[in-house]
Ligand binder design. Sequence first.
Ligand code: ZN
Length: 105
Amino acid sequence: MELLGIQGFERAPSGRASCFLCGGKIERASWRFDYRMKASSKLGDQRRIHVTCVSQLPVATRAADLRALRAFMEAPDVSDDQRALLEAASAELAGGGASASSSCA
Ligand SMILES: [Zn+2]
């Protein structure tokens, strides 16, 4: 596992966290990524993000993030639904997908 970038893929255990990238709430039981800003083991350096917000992540960790997504997809217990989410996130991150909701420009 990389020290920086996406660290985890899991269902939100509560609806209290908000997305580091868009500031929106991460709904309970929706899928999210854990993202590490700094190479440390402090929980405070870890951020939660929406699966759909990955394209807004810093370019600096992109290669590591793509490797992390691939590793989640190849996990033996991944479901079809999870794999579909991860594939979509991967495409977004690689710049291949249409950015659906980020229309700030
Ligand atoms: Zn978000």
